[in-house]
Design a protein around this ligand. Structure first.
Ligand SMILES: Cc1ncc(COP(=O)(O)O)c(C=O)c1O
Length: 395
C-alpha cells in the first residue's frame, strides 16, 4: 500500500544508527553507548521529590484529561521561570504545555511552515528541526557558525529569501555544545525582525552551561516574534516522562495569529500527561540541588573527553560550553568514504557507539558526535578504544 511522500523526508540519525548497534549486539560483545543524550540512562537520576510528586498525583487520582493548553498551575510556574528568571515577557496564556519539546516543535512547525517555505538552521543542528520542517513541506538551509562559535551574520543575510519563514536557534546547541552570547542572540533577533521571520529558540539545556553565564533569548526578545521551546527532560532529568512547553513572546503582536491557532492543534491531541505535569510543577518549585552537582560531574567528564580526543592523531575538537555532547572532526583520508562509514567501522571494531556527523546536517560532514554522560571509567575505556582503532587504521 502507498505511504505518504511526506514520511520519506523524515530522518533521525541518532536513533537510525541503533539499527547497526542491534546487529552488533547479536555478536554478544559489549557496546559502549556514547550515542544517546539521555542522562537518566546513566548515573543522573530523577530527583526524589519529582518522582514522589508523580506517585502522589496518581495516588490522588489526578490522572484524568486536563486542559489541552496545559495545567494552569504549571503554566504559571513556567512563567515564573521563563519571565521572572530569564526575561521573556509572558502570561500563562502564552504558554502551551506539550509531551516533550519534540511535540512542541512538531506543533510549531506544523503551525507556521507551508509548502516551499525556507527554515534557517544553525549548521550543524539537532535533526528533528529539519525532519519536522520538511515533513510540513518546508526546505531547510544551514547557516554557518564561525570557529569561535558566533553565527555568521552575513551568511544568514545572504541566505534569506522571499520564502524564508523562521530562524532556529538551539542554545546550548546539540551536537556542538556551543552557547551563543547575548550579543549574537540580539543580532539574530534584529535580522529576524528586519525580515519578518519567526525566531524559534530551543533552550532545553539552559541550566547545563559550564564556564560562562547563560543568556536566554528572553533577555533580548523585545517585541520580536520569539517562540521559545523548553522542557524538563534534561534539566530535571525527566526524559522518559515527556514534558515540555512552547512560550510565545507576549510583546509580539506578530505572534497573535499563532497564539490564537496553535491551541487548536493542542485540542486535537486532547492534553499532555497530567500526572507528569504535576511532577514538572514540583520540579520547578522544589529543590534545585541536583543542578550544580550534575553540572560539576559533567564538566569533569567534558574535560576528560576533550583532553583525550585532542591527544588522538587525526581527531580535533573544540571545547563545548554547555549540554553534554562533543563533536570532533575526524580526518577521513582514504580510510573511510565518509563519517557514517567511520562510525560503523568504529562500532564493529570496538563496540564504541557514536553518531555520524552528517546526520546533523551538511555542516556535520566529517565529524562524529560523542555523548559524554557515561562515568569516567567508561569514557576512559572508550577513548582508549577510539585511539587504538584510529592508530590501527593509520598503520
Ligand atoms: C536540542 C534538543 N531539543 C529537544 C530535545 C528533545 O526534547 P524532549 O525530550 O523534551 O522531547 C533534545 C533531545 O536530545 C534536544 O537535544
Amino acid at each position: 500500500m502507498k505511504i505518504s511522500d511526506r514520511i520519506s523526508r523524515v530522518e533521525y540519525a541518532i536513533r537510525d544508527i541503533m539499527l547497526h548497534a542491534k546487529e552488533y549486539q547479536k555478536t554478544g560483545k559489549e557496546i559502549m553507548y556514547l550515542n544517546i543524550g539521555d542522562p537518566v540512562a546513566f548515573d543522573f537520576k530523577t530527583p526524589l521529590h519529582i518522582k514522589n510528586a508523580l506517585v502522589d498525583a496518581l495516588a490522588s487520582d489526578n490522572d484524568y484529561y486536563t486542559d489541552s493548553e496545559g495545567w494552569n498551575e504549571l503554566r504559571q510556574s513556567i512563567v515564573g521561570k521563563e519571565k521572572d528568571k530569564k526575561g521573556l515577557d509572558l502570561t500563562p496564556e502564552d504558554v502551551l504545555v506539550t509531551n516533550g519539546v519534540s511535540e512542541g516543535l512538531d506543533m510549531v512547525m506544523g503551525s507556521i511552515v507551508e509548502d516551499g517555505d525556507q527554515v534557517l538552521l544553525p549548521g550543524p543542528y539537532y535533526p528533528p528541526y529539519s525532519s519536522y520542517a520538511k515533513f510540513y513541506g518546508g526546505r531547510i538551509t544551514e547557516f554557518e557558525i564561525h570557529e569561535d562559535g558566533t553565527p555568521n551574520l552575513d551568511d544568514i543575510k545572504n541566505k534569506i529569501s522571499s520564502r524564508s519563514k523562521a530562524i532556529c536557534i538551539i542554545n546550548p546547541n546539540n551536537p556542538t555544545g556551543e552557547v551563543f552570547s547575548r550579543k549574537s542572540l540580539k543580532s539574530l533577533i534584529d535580522i529576524a525582525a528586519e525580515n519578518n521571520l519567526y525566531i524559534i529558540c530551543d533552550e532545553i539545556y539552559d541550566e547545563i552551561v559550564f564556564d560562562n553565564e547563560f543568556s536566554g533569548i528572553g533577555s533580548v526578545s523585545g517585541d520580536a516574534p520569539v517562540i521559545l521551546l523548553n522542557g524538563f527532560s534534561k534539566t530535571y532529568l525527566m526524559t522518559g516522562l515527556r514534558c515540555g512547553y512552547v512560550c510565545m513572546n507576549n510583546n509580539s503582536r506578530q505572534l497573535d495569529p499563532l497564539r490564537q491557532n496553535i491551541f487548536k492543534l493542542a485540542r486535537v491531541r486532547i492534553a499532555s500527561n497530567f500526572p507528569v505535569q504535576i511532577a514538572a510543577n514540583a520540579a520547578l518549585h522544589g529543590s534545585q540541588e541536583h543542578l550544580p552537582i550534575m553540572v560539576q560531574k559533567l564538566k569533569k567528564r567534558r574535560d576528560l573527553v576533550y583532553k583525550r580526543l585532542n591527544e588522538i592523531d587525526d581527531v580535533e575538537c573544540t571545547k563545548p560550553k554547555g549540554a553534554f555532547y562533543m563533536f570532533p572532526k575526524i580526518e577521513l583520508s582514504n580510510r573511510w568514504k565518509n563519517d557514517l562509514e567511520f562510525v560503523i567501522d568504529l562500532l564493529n571494531s570496538t563496540g564504541v557507539l557514536t553518531v555520524h556527523g552528517s546526520g546533523f546536517g551538511n555542516s556535520g560532514t566529517g565529524h562524529f558526535r560523542i555523548v559524554y554522560l557515561p562515568q569516567e571509567e567508561i569514557l576512559e575505556k572508550s577513548m582508549d578504544k577510539i585511539q587504538a582503532f584510529i592508530k590501527k587504521r593509520s598503520a
